[in-house]
Every structure is written in structure tokens, then in C-alpha cells.
Write a protein that binds this ligand. Structure first.
Ligand SMILES: Cc1ncc(COP(=O)(O)O)c(C=O)c1O
Length: 384
């Protein structure tokens, strides 16, 4: 079996699972309880927070645990809107964000907020001039993803940060769900960023756990109100086994990161060089530094993405149409649409997403399988 769908989710690391089980079995008190079991759980919670903060160069009180990337994105967008609506009702984002951002923005638009979606070029990247032109006196948030989940484009985060240095009141948020562990941490944890979203299941932690970074002094309104956990910012009893597992998963992810990124780049290159040699292939991702090392998106003209995915599945190779969210809806990819790719080509798009556990042998096998399948697709379509 070859698993090339790591941007959809990753397998829980065995060591992380072990931590999850041990904590579930032995530290199952509620961190808010006053007794010794609660104390022990609270201690472990704070230890995990510190571990994560240290790995990111943040302060422990700047880390807030969430239920994953979707919650983090919703929280920063809507929490900013609630917190700052008396100062302005204009938010800026990009045309290629994950639905967790896009749909949050759309909800706010229905409530009377004004949203600017920055357009992208044919590589899926925003222009800094467009950002400068979009900023207004009533702008309260700029939200830009680090790495696009469908095509792998890395956004010019440092340039965005530089522009926003002249606008200290605007919140700057980065959705780093696809960007962590991919060799771009200095771009993400830059000195102007205010909020960053992370999701555990993209780096071998369990599902349904994540965290946001919130710079000291920056405030967003809580969305989950209740018992007052996370310093009153995110109520709900903490998912301690998953949180401790996530802290471990992050440490493993960032350990020897450079070598792991290099490995993914090599695998991507090998597939990229092979795939692009086919006449009916249209490449959307590039094999260059301003694209993530782990995502490769391309189309085979005339063959629907689902057909390609299922053909590979028959060979025990698991890939995806552009994103897990859009694949079952059989919609054209929103990123490719924003990149002005014709819908008859974008519905043929597939995404390969790698992890450091993948190997060059798997890349070789993928390429050989593609050779065989391409011939079959060509027969069906009457092409050679
Ligand atoms: C860029 C991006 N943001 C947010 C999310 C949502 O994260 P989660 O699945 O943890 O809710 C995803 C998931 O694919 C993503 O790729």
C-alpha cells in the first residue's frame, strides 16, 4: 500500500498513540479538578503547552488548544470580528483559502462585514500590491494561508508581514495547517504575525485536536463560552490524551526537519520529472522553493480526477482529487478556479501529498503505475 494523501490526514504515530493510551489510562483526571488527580492532569496540560511553545519559539501563554484546524480558523476570523467590530468591519483574505476560512468569511459577510478576497496568479500566489491596495482604515484582519492545501503554493508571508508593520492595529492571521514541518517555520512564526492555526492530525497526532498561537496582547473574542478553560478563551474540558500526543507529534515532526523536507523534495522531484513528460498532463504545482515540498497537483486532460483516483486505488496507491473536502462533492477545485484553470481541466486534477515516511521506491512504483494507467486512459479516450 502506498499512501500519498497526507494532506487529507496522516496516520497516528505509534509513539503518539502510546502516549495517548498511557495518559488515558493513568492521567484521566480533569485538569480543572482541585484534587491530586486534577493537579496531575493540569501539570501535564501545562507541560504540553510549554513543549509546543518552545518548539515554535513562543511563550506558553500564547498557545491555546482547540479541536483542530477548522475551529482555529473559525475562532480567529469570527473572534476578531466580534472583538474589533467597533473599529471596523473589513476583513482581507485570499481567493484560495480552505473552506474553514472562506465559509467563516461568508458568514460574516451575511452579517454585514465587508470581505476582500485577494486574487492569485497562475501559481496560486497573491500579489503584495493587491494587498496594499486592499487595506482600508476599517480593516481589522488579514488572513493568509501558509501553504495551499490543493496546489502547495507558499504565500509571500514575510512580505505580507512587512506591509502590515505599517498597520499595527490589523490582526495578521496565518493558517499554517499545511505549512508546519515543511521547512518554512521562520515565515510562519514571523515577528509581525498575531495568530496562527495548527491542526494535529496533519502531523501524526489524533484527529480533533489542534491549537492556535495568539501573540501576547492580541485579543479575540472566545467562541466557545462555558466553564472557562484555556483562560476563559476556549471553554470545554481539555482533551488531555490528544493534547499530550500532539505535543509529542510536533516534537517528532520538527526533529531533523531539514532532512525530512529534503527527502520529500526528492520524492516530489522524481514524480514531478516523470509526470510532466506526458503530453496530456497539465502541472499546477511547481518543483521550486516557493512551493511546499509535499504537494504535487496535476491533471491528465480528458480523464476525470475521480477516475484517476480510483484507478490508482485498484493498484493500492492512495491519492486524492484536489482536496479531501471537495472530492466527494465533485466540485471543481476552488484554488484551481481562482488560478483561472478551465473547469474541464480542473475536474481532471489530482493531488499527491507526501510525508517524510514515504520513500523513493514508492515514487518509482507510482511512476511505473502511472505509465500503465496512462496507456489505458489514452485507449479509453482514443488518444495515444
Ligand atoms: C489549509 C487548511 N486549513 C484548515 C484545515 C482544517 O483542519 P481540520 O481538518 O483540523 O479541521 C485544513 C484541512 O485540510 C487545511 O488543509
Amino acid at each position: 500500500m502506498i499512501y500519498f494523501d497526507n494532506s487529507a490526514t496522516t496516520k497516528v504515530d505509534p509513539g503518539v498513540l502510546d502516549t495517548y493510551q498511557k495518559v488515558s489510562n493513568s492521567v484521566w483526571g480533569n485538569p480543572s479538578s482541585l484534587h491530586a488527580m486534577g493537579e496531575q492532569a493540569f501539570h501535564l496540560l501545562e507541560q504540553s503547552r510549554k513543549q509546543i511553545a518552545d518548539l515554535l519559539g513562543a511563550q506558553p501563554h500564547e498557545i491555546f488548544f482547540t479541536g483542530g484546524g477548522t475551529e482555529g480558523d473559525n475562532w480567529v476570523v469570527k473572534g476578531t470580528a466580534i472583538e474589533k467590530c467597533q473599529y471596523g468591519k473589513h476583513l482581507i483574505t485570499t481567493a484560495v483559502e480552505h473552506p474553514a476560512i472562506k465559509n467563516s468569511m461568508e458568514q460574516l459577510a451575511q452579517l454585514g462585514f465587508d470581505i476582500t478576497y485577494l486574487p492569485v496568479d497562475d501559481e496560486g500566489r497573491i500579489s503584495i500590491q493587491d494587498l496594499k491596495d486592499a487595506i482600508r482604515p476599517d480593516t481589522i484582519l488579514v488572513s493568509v494561508m501558509a501553504v495551499n492545501n490543493e496546489v502547495g503554493t507558499i504565500q509571500p508571508l514575510l512580505e505580507v508581514a512587512n506591509v502590515l508593520k505599517d498597520y499595527p492595529k490589523i490582526h495578521f492571521h496565518i493558517d499554517a495547517v499545511q505549512g508546519i514541518g515543511k521547512g518554512i517555520q521562520p515565515l510562519i512564526m514571523n515577528d509581525r504575525v498575531d495568530f496562527v492555526t495548527f491542526s494535529g492530525h496533519k502531523f501524526h497526532a489524533p484527529r480533533g485536536v489542534g491549537f492556535i498561537y495568539a501573540r501576547t496582547g492580541r485579543r479575540i473574542a472566545p467562541l466557545l463560552t462555558g466553564g472557562g478553560q484555556e483562560k476563559n478563551q476556549r471553554s470545554s474540558t481539555e482533551n488531555l490524551p490528544a493534547i499530550t500526543g500532539m505535543a509529542k507529534a510536533l516534537r517528532i515532526l520538527l526533529d531533523d526537519e531539514e532532512a525530512k523536507v529534503q527527502k520529500q523534495r526528492q520524492i516530489k522531484s522524481m514524480i514531478y520529472d516523470h509526470v510532466q513528460s506526458f503530453s496530456k498532463v497539465v502541472m499546477f504545482s511547481k518543483n521550486q522553493d516557493n512551493f511546499a515540498p509535499h504537494i504535487l497537483c496535476f491533471a491528465i486532460k480528458g480523464v476525470r480526477g475521480e477516475t484517476i483516483v480510483h484507478a490508482f486505488e485498484q493498484e493500492d496507491i492512495f491519492i486524492s482529487t484536489t482536496s479531501a473536502c471537495s472530492s466527494k462533492k465533485q466540485q471543481a477545485s476552488s484554488t484551481l478556479t481562482a488560478m483561472k484553470v478551465d473547469s474541464d481541466i480542473s475536474t481532471s486534477a489530482i493531488r499527491i501529498s507526501l510525508d517524510s515516511a514515504n520513500t523513493m521506491d514508492e515514487a518509482r512504483e507510482f511512476n511505473q503505475t502511472l505509465d500503465r494507467l496512462y496507456k489505458e486512459f489514452s485507449k479509453i479516450n482514443g488518444r495515444s
